[in-house]
Design a protein around this ligand. Structure first.
Ligand code: MF3
Ligand code: CO
Ligand code: CO
Length: 267
């Protein structure tokens, strides 16, 4: 088990890459409307990354992934491949962006709704985002990853939702996916003990129905087995001496990186 601790110089590079990944999500926001195809969203993000940011879209050709972003619609859980499918009113979509800048990765995703979402969709999305913030808010040296996974799981399950177990957050830096694995479920007082300098993602996938998932024949798209809606949020963060820094924070997030208001998160 080798978890790389990053130097302050590396944290600075993660800060730069993280901000650029967040900028892509902000840029694409206005284009997520009824009638657009996920392929068009991919093309727009690709061109922005390559031409405007001079970043590398990390998913492109990653273990054979054919596109530059992941788009996961409705009952798709993660790793959806952009294509010809048009978004329609009421759809919910996760857009997951990973950029490489100066060799370092920034990885972040959020949910968008097309037109008017159902009450269930809205509540699922809110719960998923809060579960991510709850996990993030616990990050500091000495805390164990099992404590964080347990808190995320307990919160989502208190709303009668389920946590996907087959996919998890991950260490990140010069490498896209490295140790540790950051499970979004678990037991208190177990797992890796956090240390200053660690960098990883927290990216819970929450299903409105049962937790079971299956892989489509395209070998990438993960969907819920019961076809229930699924939502996901993701941030890349670093462990500081006193807590955490969110490298991928967006301007639309009404939180301070070092003081997420817990009263907004608690059940
Ligand atoms: N961005 C995803 C994550 O959060 C990984 C996508 S890998 C891909 O870890 F190949 F599907 F793009
Ligand atoms: Co990730
Ligand atoms: Co991601």
């Amino acid at each position: 088990m080798t978890i790389t601790l990053k130097t302050p110089q590396e944290h600075e590079k993660m800060r730069v890459a993280g901000k650029l990944a967040a900028d892509v999500l902000e840029m694409i926001s206005d284009f997520v409307v009824a009638g657009v195809t996920t392929g068009e969203l991919d093309q727009r993000c690709h061109d922005f990354m390559v031409n405007e940011q001079q970043t590398i879209p990390a998913p492109l050709n990653y273990h054979g992934f054919p596109k530059s972003i992941c788009t996961s619609v409705n009952h798709q859980v993660c790793h959806g491949i952009p294509g010809h499918k048009k978004l329609k009113d009421g759809d919910i979509i996760n857009i997951d962006i990973t950029v490489i800048k100066d060799e370092y990765h920034g990885d972040t995703s959020k949910m968008f709704v097309v037109g008017q979402p159902s009450i269930l969709a809205k509540r699922l999305i809110e719960t998923t985002q809060k579960s991510m913030y709850l996990g993030i808010s616990m990050v500091k040296p000495g805390v164990r990853l099992g404590d964080i996974g347990h808190a995320i799981q307990t919160f989502a399950e208190s709303k009668k939702y389920s946590i996907v177990r087959e996919y998890c957050g991950h260490g990140i830096g010069r490498v896209f996916h490295e140790e540790p694995q950051v499970l979004h479920y678990g037991k208190p007082d177990t797992g890796v003990i956090l240390e200053e300098g660690m960098t990883f993602t927290i990216e819970p996938m929450v299903n409105a129905g049962k937790r079971q998932v299956k892989l489509l024949s395209d070998e990438w798209t993960v969907v819920t087995k019961d076809r229930s809606l699924s939502a996901q949020y993701e941030h890349t963060l670093g462990v500081t001496s006193t807590g955490f820094e969110i490298f991928t924070l967006r301007s639309d997030e009404a939180i301070e990186a070092d003081s997420i208001p817990l009263h907004l998160i608690k059940p």
